[in-house]
Ligand binder design. Structure first.
Ligand SMILES: Cc1cc2nc3c(=O)[nH]c(=O)nc-3n(C[C@H](O)[C@H](O)[C@H](O)COP(=O)(O)OP(=O)(O)OC[C@H]3O[C@@H](n4cnc5c(N)ncnc54)[C@H](O)[C@@H]3O)c2cc1C
Length: 466
């Protein structure tokens, strides 16, 4: 059996593994072995549905050392007024360039694609080629980095969680672009971002809203893309932060908190009459929201149990269907919900979200902390694990943990300097907007409310009366 030796064995060359490695090698002389069972980097984007794009701007995605696309605000099209959002193909090409033009030429990163990582019985680290079966033992001098702990669950490989009659016309969302005959109608199964993307794509492709039926077991709180824009548009982003902190500081209880967050535009419901029960960081623009609201045939009878040739059974009842109806399975959960664990522990690093809904920035931050700090306690203070949200009320602990970390970052001069040089950091370049009245008023509101907001959110998390 072949053997190699390295400082860091990074398992997973998806968005988090790539951002971590880039930040680590930029701030240290570390040697890295990067392994992935896929043939190239980019993780889940390799299997994404064809019309998917980033939910947020490309300006905040990828690795620190290389821009993704162009940081020029779009003037036309559905994304007008915002920074571009890369397609899956652009993201895959980008990460291949990062590997070929930055990582490999550095002489400090070796990539093992089409290879599975396993830990053998004796604790030995092994990578096994999926092509030849050859196994390589990896001796790790410093750490193993788990960059697949939050690997998303994908529509392309997700088996439907319901039964379907062989005569029912059921396709995964990826199959929409492969339809070869017109459908009588489209039934979208799922309430998350994949379902939103499917509905928007159908509408943009000329399918009338009344030909779409949307099975939404739970509604989701959504984020407004207008408040997610960095660089020239950052004052608006900071205004958003200030508004949700003010809402949190003033909330009399949890229902009041969500009323306030909705009133100040920081959480959006597709149907204002239906209180969302879910929150998974999904983002839409106002124009997308308006288009989604044109779909009026929304079924709220719980999850699908079975799709038959002429009826769909749901947890709370049944509805008619027929063989001319395409049923589109959008039920894969996307973000993988797993319990938080220390990011830095013993010989291991487990990459997780720290800043809310920013897993890639969080991974880069972990790379920098690993390169520049000695003690795990300090590294974990900089990078507290912040599990992805799922239920609506998860907004509370996610925001609370992220805000506490923001205070640590802002008051550490070295971290502040790194953050201001990090293209993945949404607040990079904030000083350049010092004279902007919107930013000034946002900062005043943030300073006034961040302490009370954290206290309130802690109390709500601890079960203060709602
Ligand atoms: C549709 C969609 C849109 C998104 N948009 C945004 C956005 O706009 N902005 C944003 O910040 N985030 C966004 N995200 C989230 C983000 O892109 C990443 O999906 C998230 O951080 C997960 O990336 P990852 O590196 O953890 O997982 P992955 O990309 O899945 O990478 C994990 C890798 O580990 C490999 N692997 C797993 N087990 C093994 C093993 N035993 N041996 C070898 N290799 C293994 C897998 O093959 C995979 O390539 C989006 C996610 C989705 C699904």
């Amino acid at each position: 059996m072949r053997g190699v030796e390295t400082d860091y064995l990074v398992v997973g060359a998806g968005a988090t593994g790539m951002a971590f490695v880039d930040a680590l090698i930029a701030a240290s002389d570390a040697d890295v072995v990067l392994v992935d069972r896929r043939h190239r980097p980019a993780g889940h984007w390799n299997d994404a549905y064809p019309f998917v794009r980033l939910h947020g701007p490309s300006a905040l995605y990828g690795v620190n050392s290389r821009i993704l696309g162009s940081d020029v605000i779009e003037e036309t099209g559905p994304n007008a007024g915002f920074y571009p959002r890369a397609t899956a193909a652009e993201i895959c090409e980008y990460y291949q360039h990062v590997l070929d033009e930055l990582f490999l030429p550095s002489g400090r990163v070796r990539f093992f694609g089409m290879s599975d990582y396993t830990m053998a019985a004796g604790g030995e680290h092994q990578i096994t080629s999926r092509l030849t079966g050859d196994a390589t033992t990896v001796r790790v001098r410093r750490r193993v980095v788990d960059a697949r702990y939050l690997e998303p669950s994908l529509p392309a490989t997700h088996a439907p969680p319901f039964a379907a009659d062989p005569d029912a016309w059921l396709i995964p969302v990826n199959g929409l672009v492969e339809l070869s005959r017109p459908a009588d109608g489209f039934t979208i199964v799922g309430a998350g971002k994949t379902a939103i993307d499917a509905c928007l794509w159908l509408l943009e492709s000329g399918v009338p809203a009344d030909a779409i039926r949307w099975i939404r077991p739970r509604d989701a709180w959504l984020l407004d893309r207008e408040f997610q824009q960095p660089l020239d548009l950052m004052p608006r982003l900071m205004e958003g932060v200030s508004l949700y902190l003010e809402a949190a500081a003033e909330a009399a209880g949890i229902p009041d908190l969500f009323r306030r967050l909705e009133a100040c535009g920081q959480l959006i419901a597709i149907d204002p009459e239906t209180e969302p029960a879910m929150y998974r960081c999904a983002t839409v623009s106002k124009s997308e929201l308006a288009r989604l609201r044109t779909i009026e045939n929304v079924i709220r009878l719980g999850r699908v149990v079975r799709i038959g040739p002429d009826r769909i059974e749901l947890q709370g009842g049944s509805i008619p269907t027929d063989r001319g109806q395409v049923h589109v399975n959008c039920s894969a959960p996307g973000l993988r919900i797993r319990p938080g664990r220390p990011v830095f522990a013993d010989g291991q690093i487990t990459l997780q979200q720290v800043r809310a809904c920013q897993p890639v920035f969080s991974a880069a931050l972990a790379g920098y902390a690993e390169a520049t700090r000695d003690q795990d306690a300090e590294k974990n203070q900089i990078c507290p694990a912040n599990p992805y949200p799922s239920a609506a009320t998860d907004w509370i602990p996610v925001t609370c943990t992220a805000q506490q970390a923001e205070i640590i970052w802002a008051t550490d001069p070295d971290l502040y300097k790194w953050m201001q040089s990090s293209r993945l950091n949404a607040t990079r370049g904030i000083a350049e907007h010092g004279d902007d009245p919107q930013l000034k008023s946002a900062l005043n509101r943030i300073f006034a409310n961040v302490g009370p907001a954290i206290s309130r959110l802690q109390a709500f998390s601890a079960g203060a009366p709602a």
